[in-house]
Write a protein that binds this ligand. Structure first.
Ligand SMILES: *Cc1c(COP(=O)(O)O)cnc(C)c1O
Ligand code: SF4
Length: 349
């Protein structure tokens, strides 16, 4: 900050070209967010995959639009129609095929969702739906049918959500989720944690986010400063599904988070054509560990309409998990789980 009062105005030389005030400069990550690729044709052209255009579904794209930051596209392999990162974001014809058992509300959130954007399914943990926004639209996501625009905890300046958490002394952990909580401006996050800081029964804060992976520029100095000053131990659960999602920019974002005191965990979804091999899962665990991240969960897909082509049958999932256990370090083995509505926690397979 410049202490303006110490410079007598009448003697101060006029600067030839005054630098623009900081708040007027677009924040870099927000700029990169706005510049995300949204046109399937453009994405395919960037990758030399124009021939794939006939498998793209305009209808699926209209339902849940393609959105992918350019830095993430840069990690896709040029000319590879089976690239595991591309498959996670490209709207394909398969999504429009009806599949029995795949529904709009696969995990029962419609019923569990309280008005304040607070979800409490499990003992001790309150999950805040902080926002409906994400920097990337993942084709397998339950969010494709729930934009959550009006139901977020941020809606009324966090008041109702904070009140609910304060009133329930059984809650010791607050989980920021969404959408992607780091898609909110750091100042909004700081508003929330300032309001939570006075609640004596809170012991931990957890953040579930894909942004350090898909838009690592989000992990900027103000975010790290906010994190470092939080009064609780913090876990950041990143969502990476494939080793290729990591690069130097992701490594440096993750190093920043660790330096700010966060414990890093990874949660992946088992996805056909993305990570449904022992090699892919072992590589993911090892690559994550190299970046300071321990595996946490490997989720069986939520059976959400449009995602059936990603499903790995339970038998195969269990066999993959057993084969992974036989070849990797114990601490690099994620827990294979599924979310079942009404259960007291994630259900092990
Ligand atoms: C998954 C989930 C949690 C976190 O469960 P953990 O097993 O502690 O990771 C908490 N609340 C809700 C509503 C969830 O869906
Ligand atoms: S909530 Fe997670 S999986 Fe769903 S679109 Fe956002 S980043 Fe992707």
């Amino acid at each position: 900050m410049i202490p303006a009062a110490t410079v007598p105005l009448h003697t101060a030389p006029l600067p030839a070209a005054p630098p623009p005030a900081l708040p007027l400069q677009p924040v870099r990550w927000q700029q990169l967010w706005r510049e995300a690729v949204r046109d399937p044709g453009e994405l395919l052209a960037m990758l030399g995959l124009e021939a794939l255009a006939n498998r793209v579904s305009a209808e699926a794209d209209a339902q849940f639009p393609l959105r992918v930051p350019r830095g993430f596209v840069a990690r896709m392999r040029h000319g590879d129609a089976r690239d595991p990162l591309l498959r996670q974001v490209l709207p394909l014809d398969e999504e429009m095929r009806a599949a029995p058992g795949f529904s709009l509300d696969a995990v029962g959130d419609g019923a569990a969702r309280a008005g304040a954007g607070v979800l409490q399914k499990y003992r001790g943990r309150a999950l805040l739906v902080t926002t409906g926004s994400c920097a990337v639209n993942c084709r397998y996501c339950f969010r494709r049918h729930f934009p959550y625009a009006e139901e977020t905890a941020a809606r009324d300046g966090w008041r109702e959500a904070v009140q609910a958490i304060r009133a329930d002394t059984g809650i010791d952990e607050v989980i920021l989720s969404g959408g992607d909580p780091l898609s909110l401006a750091t100042s909004r996050l700081a508003e929330l944690t300032a309001a939570l800081a006075g609640i004596g029964h809170l012991k931990r804060l957890r953040i579930h986010t894909r942004l350090p992976v898909v838009l690592p520029e989000r992990v900027d100095a103000p975010l790290l400063q906010w994190l470092a000053e939080l009064p609780w131990p913090v876990a950041v659960v990143i969502h990476a599904n494939h080793a290729n999602e990591f690069d130097a920019s992701v490594d440096s974002a993750l190093a920043g988070l660790r330096d700010a005191g966060a414990r890093l965990l990874n949660q992946a979804v088992l996805l056909r054509g993305v990570n449904d091999s022992v090699e892919a899962l072992a590589d993911l665990g090892e690559r994550g560990f190299a970046a300071g991240v321990l595996p946490y969960y490997l989720h069986q897909l939520d059976r959400v309409a449009g995602a059936a082509h990603f499903e790995v049958p339970d038998q195969q999932a269990k066999a993959l998990h057993a084969a992974l256990a036989a070849r990797t370090s114990g601490y690099l083995l994620p827990r294979l789980v599924r979310e079942v509505a009404g259960d007291p926690g994630k259900r092990p397979l």
